[in-house]
Design a protein around this ligand. Structure first.
Ligand SMILES: [Ca+2]
Length: 424
């Protein structure tokens, strides 16, 4: 009885959390600096070389920050409020277009723009006519801008529709106004039936390979009653990987694990309960996936750059590092999390980002948080050993993290605020 109650409570909390979950797009990084192909309107100030330049032996200096080997003293830093009064924000993204704008999702179905210190009154996109958000984990849940957004104006969302089913769709910005997307430009890529209102996942992000990665939860209830996360003929409990630059409306990357059969070809990884935010490190291309736990354990998973798919993160056979139910397959490589925490210190994990902003002390540290306790952790790998440490007690129900175009990190609070990590 007690256990059942705990389950209900935690799954409710987890809903809130997971609604917010997986996330965001790894910042595709600054747009490449390209040599202009059109004739410059001004004459170049340097004369063209008369000889073919000899390439320098020294590669042009690329700033590679020294990764942190210890956690900075958190007392030297603070999460500073930059905005409040939002309605249940669950994600924060940038467009990678040099505009410096922050795009904030309100779960009810709006994308808001924060620019020049102001929240614009008119949403970038209002989908409240088609988004169902009555349950805690339902709503507009994720946003990813195309890596070539400045050229093609395309972006992708994950939302639950009025029937509670998941929709992955593409939209376009309007030609007339960079602060206005066209609500009539919707192209649906995928619809996924949801058996229960919770565990919808919701994050989507472009990988370093240019493919769109989507995180979907196990469909909900508790314990994955239908076992969706462990089967390969369901989209639930998965990370999917789509080529949105080919096909109509997408193509299957040829190296997806089931591209040639054996499962749904969109599947890239499975065995996830409710991946609430995942991100690629923009410097190393490593992938971090936070997976919300059932009753006891919240977990962070890590994949080094270049990992192939067909990866099984263990749910619902494992919760964190611990057996949950059922028989593990013999000799099967389940992927263990690199960090976990128990429900004695939280209830629902929110994955974040590896810090790549301007503060040297945080370089390479991955941030994650707990929705219920407001705790924020850092995760660091030093000489092959993972170290996780509680760094901040924010008191904020963290639904998501976000990064701006400079790599500075933000925290999104379900109570309507956005905070940025800053030196005191
Ligand atoms: Ca797992």
């Amino acid at each position: 009885m007690t256990r059942k109650l705990i389950l209900l409570v935690t799954s409710t909390l987890a809903l809130a959390l997971s609604a917010c979950a997986p996330a965001s797009t790894p910042d595709p990084g600054p747009p490449p600096v390209s040599t202009p192909t059109r004739p410059p309107s001004q004459a170049p100030s340097i004369s063209p070389p008369t000889e073919t330049p000899i390439p320098s032996a020294t590669p042009s200096p690329t700033f590679t920050p020294q990764p942190a080997t210890t956690f900075p003293n958190p007392d030297d830093y603070a999460w500073v409020e930059v905005l409040s009064g939002l309605q249940r924000p669950v994600d924060l993204q940038n467009a990678g277009d040099g505009s410096g704008r922050l795009f904030i999702i309100e779960k009810v179905g709006r994308i808001r723009i924060f620019a020049g210190g102001q929240l614009l009154a008119t949403p970038f996109l209002d989908l409240t006519d088609r988004v169902g958000s009555s349950a805690n984990e339902q709503g507009l849940l994720g946003l990813a801008f195309h890596p070539r957004y400045p050229e093609n104006g395309r972006f992708f969302v994950n939302y639950t529709d009025l029937d509670g089913n998941t929709v992955i769709a593409r939209f376009n910005v309007t030609a007339a106004d960079p602060d206005q997307a066209n609500p009539n430009s919707e192209t649906v890529l995928l619809r996924v039936q949801q058996p229960y209102p919770n565990h919808n996942g919701g994050g989507l992000t472009f990988g370093p390979d240019g493919y769109l990665y989507l995180g979907l939860g196990d469909g909900g209830s508790a314990g994955d009653p239908f076992g969706y996360a462990q089967v390969t003929d369901s989209y639930l409990g998965k990370i999917l990987r789509l080529d949105v630059d080919n096909g109509d409306p997408y193509a299957i990357p040829p190296d997806n694990p089931f591209a040639a059969g054996g499962g749904f070809p969109e599947i890239w990884a499975y065995g996830l309960r409710n991946p609430w935010r995942f991100s690629f490190d923009p410097l190393t291309d490593d992938l971090y996936i936070a997976d919300v736990g059932q009753n006891k354990w919240e977990e962070i998973n890590y994949l080094p750059a270049g990992s192939t798919g067909r990866l099984n993160f263990g749910w619902n056979i494992y919760e964190g590092l611990h057996h949950y139910q059922g028989e593990p397959q013999m000799n099967f490589p389940y992927i263990d999390p690199v960090a976990e925490y128990s429900h004695q210190v939280g209830c629902s994990v929110t994955g974040g980002y590896v810090y790549r902003g301007a503060m040297p002390a945080w370089q390479g540290i991955y941030f994650y948080a707990d929705y219920c306790s407001g705790r924020v952790w850092g995760l660091l790998n030093v000489e092959g050993q993972w170290q996780a440490q509680v760094l901040f007690e924010t008191g904020v129900p963290v639904t998501s993290f976000g990064v701006d175009e400079s790599g500075e990190i933000y925290l999104v609070g379900d109570t309507g605020q956005i905070l940025r990590l800053a030196e005191r």
